[in-house]
Design a binder for this molecule. Sequence first.
Ligand code: NAD
Ligand code: WQD
Length: 340
Amino acid sequence: MSNILVTGGAGYIGSHTCLQMIAAGFTPIIFDNFSNSKPTVVKRIAAISGQTPQVYQGDIRNRHHLDEVFAQHHIDGVIHFAGLKAVGESMAKPVEYYENNVSGTLTLLQAMQAANVKRIIFSSSATVYGEPESMPIHEDFPTLSATNPYGQSKLMIERILQDLAKAQPDWSITLLRYFNPVGAHPSGTMGEDPQGVPNNLAPYIAQVAVGRREKLSIFGNDYPTVDGSGVRDYIHVMDLADGHVAALTYRLKQAGVHIYNLGTGQGYSVLQVLHAFEQACGHSLAYQICPRRAGDIAECWADSTKAAKELHWQATRSLSQMADDTWRWQSNNPNGYPES
Ligand code: NAD
Ligand code: WQD
């Protein structure tokens, strides 16, 4: 049984990953400052899995607290989800983003070195590819053109980890580049719980569907895509969670840097996603066409064959499952997780 420290384990992707880790026999130890999540998620993990993961309310920038946690457990590896993730906010607050994401990761790595824990799986993002020249996106595409501080922070952390592996070749470093995570646990008891106005498409549509918001603004209908709206590779959060379990299983104990795209390989437009949600909730959803959003690209989808080959993983859940599961979560929990 491996003990895995899961930074940001109470968040959207982290909580679903903890669930799948428990099902696969790993022991997650959650370390989260709850800046973008609520402690009640842990009760939901326990209700589904039958096990209550150990939770530390802590900040990855607090070296002393990390040292204490590493001293208290034999930790076999770390999955590092903790970070701030809102692109627009990162442009308004670059210093906070670099400090939380980059500086926080450096503190975590220092604590890992001190505890002789040399295995890490890092949450990276398709955003590191910027605006690629062709589709689908392979792992060896250039990663030089992230357009905002959030994306830059992911790129910087990738570089730091790669330099670390060069200096200390016994480290095992896995960079998972997620495409667009959506969906929820099929029970309808766990899902995405954005604070304030959602930045991302699926949670915004879900809030329109449940009556919390009036209509969706579609950012552009003049892209060179199937219907003019932007195209993305949406991946079900449970598939993403399974991808982490596969990375733990096949890569955690192998030294070196391992990089994988986690996507489905299939792109869908904003309108196609909206229609999937209309099917899920059983009524039509209001929208308006707006100008393009600054920094958006027309389309983006993954080549995930490397993960299929080396991690024996591929996404299996469809767009309609993503919409159905999100709707079940949203309609059962219109205001997200309760405070207590
Ligand atoms: P999330 O905000 O739901 O989860 C992140 C968690 O980290 C939250 O629970 C938050 O409280 C915690 N956290 C933030 N700063 C912390 C700190 N300094 N110390 C301790 N805990 C801290 O986000 P998510 O969607 O689950 O994303 C998880 C990771 O995956 C992030 O690193 C994000 O950048 C990355 N990612 C997300 C997406 C996406 O679209 N959701 C796509 C690609 C990559
Ligand atoms: C998807 C599509 C929008 C909202 C972002 C980050 C990326 C990663 C995933 C963390 C686009 C359109 C959206 C709305 C809309 N996150 N849209 N109306 O921009 O692909 O990726 O989240 O790593 O780094 O950049 O995701 O969900 O914001 O947008 O029309 O209200 O939906 O224009 O075409 P994006 P998104």
